[in-house]
Design a binder for this molecule. Structure first.
Ligand code: SF4
Length: 251
């Protein structure tokens, strides 16, 4: 049974050929030093927030290491921006994993923090700035899959589920910012329908791929911007690499 994550769903939707290269063929270019540093910082930040969430005193001592000091400062900022998130009485799960099977695929999600009371609140930490347009994030498969999996694997009704992103930037002095998306029956039905359609298309592409035909390329050339397969796809006119193409590494 194939496992799919929100990252892979986003890729399939953006460009099926890119999914083929990245996940079926495991091709890709190494990250730049800057990208590796950002990913490393993000991973450490997630780990430090997790430690704080389970009660370890990660922010009480002044660190000599500048990177640790910066991480502690960012965790402090997050905690002071969202104190209720970390002092709640309800069940709190950090780095909480759930798996759901649908149409022969397994979907695994990892919630950075999940509060399970009368309502379920999903939290995700992002180590970049809050996007200007929230509708792009609303359409991202993470925003859709995370509440969907929760409603499909627990007793929570869609209206009882919300997902909040907190954006914390290492170099910025600005306060962390958040975006919350409340789930609903209508949104769950839209997501189920969209997911079923995407999986149907994927099944067809996997079948034809097994017969020697590649997955289709995106028709939107703008989607090639920053893609490491531009040469392979003969779309070198869009070869500027962008940091935002690099996904965060979950713990
Ligand atoms: S270069 Fe464009 S068409 Fe080719 S894999 Fe990347 S996004 Fe898809």
């Amino acid at each position: 049974m194939m496992r799919l994550s929100q990252t892979q769903l986003n890729l399939i939707e953006a460009c099926p050929r890119r999914f083929q290269h990245s996940f079926l063929e495991q091709l890709g270019s190494p990250l730049t030093a800057e990208q590796q540093a950002r990913l490393g910082w993000g991973t450490k930040f997630h780990r430090m927030v997790q430690q704080y969430a389970i009660g370890l005193p990660v922010t009480t001592l002044d660190a000599i290491d500048p990177e640790v000091a910066q991480l502690q400062s960012c965790v402090r900022s997050l905690v002071s921006a969202a104190p209720a998130v970390f002092t709640t009485d309800v069940y709190s799960h950090s780095e909480y994993r759930r798996t759901w099977e649908f149409q022969g695929y397994l979907f695994t999600v990892i919630y950075d923090l999940l509060l399970m009371g009368d309502e379920a609140q999903i939290f995700d930490w992002k180590t970049y700035g809050r996007p200007v347009r929230s509708n792009q994030l609303a359409e991202n498969w993470q925003t859709r899959l995370y509440p969907l999996v929760l409603t499909m694997t627990t007793h929570y009704a869609p209206e009882q589920v919300a997902m909040t992103y907190w954006f914390v930037q290492p170099e910025e002095t600005s306060e962390p910012q958040s975006l919350t998306f409340r789930y609903s029956v209508a949104q769950r039905d839209r997501d189920l329908q969209a997911l079923a359609g995407l999986l149907d298309r994927l099944a067809t592409w996997l079948q034809t791929y097994a017969q020697g035909h590649p997955f289709p390329q995106t028709t939107a050339h703008s989607a090639c911007h920053g893609c490491s397969f531009v040469r392979r796809c003969q779309r070198e006119d869009a070869s500027v690499q962008s940091w935002n193409e690099v996904q965060e590494v979950g713990l």
